[in-house]
Design a protein around this ligand. Structure first.
Ligand code: ZN
Length: 95
């Protein structure tokens, strides 16, 4: 269900989750108890928790906080840490 943003007369903002078919225009503010009006905004369709959302979140976070890597890209692999351990693959020609 989508999340809707409300704001009361004292500028308290809070979010509530409602079904699209029964979203109220006003809701009591949890901080001051006064009536808060729904902000005119696009509903936040809940994608949190999905694998796609996690991937987008990780990509956005990586732009600002690069993840720590143990080796530089393109650096030679240590023995035994290659992609495959099949003995016949060791006989394949190397570049
Ligand atoms: Zn309030």
């Amino acid at each position: 269900m989508p999340t809707y943003t409300y704001r009361c007369d004292r500028s308290h903002r809070f979010d509530e989750v409602h079904a699209m078919s029964s979203v109220p225009d006003e809701s009591p503010c949890p901080e001051c108890g006064s009536s808060a009006r729904r902000r005119p905004s696009a509903p936040h369709l809940s994608a949190t928790g999905s694998p796609a959302y996690g991937l987008m979140d990780a990509a956005a976070k990586s732009a600002h906080e690069p993840q720590v890597v143990s080796a530089l890209p393109g650096s030679p692999r240590r023995p035994g840490t290659g992609v495959t351990r099949h003995p016949l693959h060791a006989k394949l020609p190397r570049r």
